[in-house]
Ligand binder design. Structure first.
Ligand SMILES: [Zn+2]
Length: 137
């Protein structure tokens, strides 16, 4: 092993730690690819770097707004069946009788009333009680 040209700025030295089995596998893979092992390793590394990162599953409980501890189970199920953009709109155009204009509901809880989903919470502006009924279809 005569890799002693540390001074060369173009030379990047990569040390791979692997088991003999991994090394054997790598050598065979390189042989199959018809490349020297070093070239094969570099090419693989470059390919890996170019691959886009694996995207997270959409809708996989990553929504920040809605951890819903105060929802009853059926209410939660109903609420979660509504598309997120519509939910956002439902929350942001709640009538506040104190403010006398539309407001956003916060700290809300959800229950099922008959066929309807009832959200009860607070006005973001005056912290008065507000409610929103989402009619069952
Ligand atoms: Zn208000």
């Amino acid at each position: 092993m005569a890799e002693d040209n540390e001074a060369s700025p173009d030379c990047v030295r990569i040390t791979l730690r692997m088991t003999p089995q991994q090394r054997d596998l790598l050598c065979r893979a390189a042989a199959v690819a018809g490349l020297p092992v070093s070239t094969f390793v570099l090419r693989s590394a470059c390919q890996a770097a170019e691959e886009p990162p694996i995207e997270e599953q959409p809708g996989a409980s990553s929504s920040s707004v809605e951890s819903l501890p105060t929802f009853t189970k059926p209410a939660r199920q109903r609420w979660e069946s509504i598309p997120a953009d519509i939910r956002k709109r439902l929350l942001s155009n709640v009538w506040c009788g104190h403010c006398r204009h539309e407001t956003t509901i916060t700290h809300f809880s959800g229950t099922i009333k008959g066929a309807d989903l009832l959200l009860v919470g607070q006005c973001t502006a005056c912290h008065g009680d507000v409610a929103r009924v989402i009619e069952g279809s």
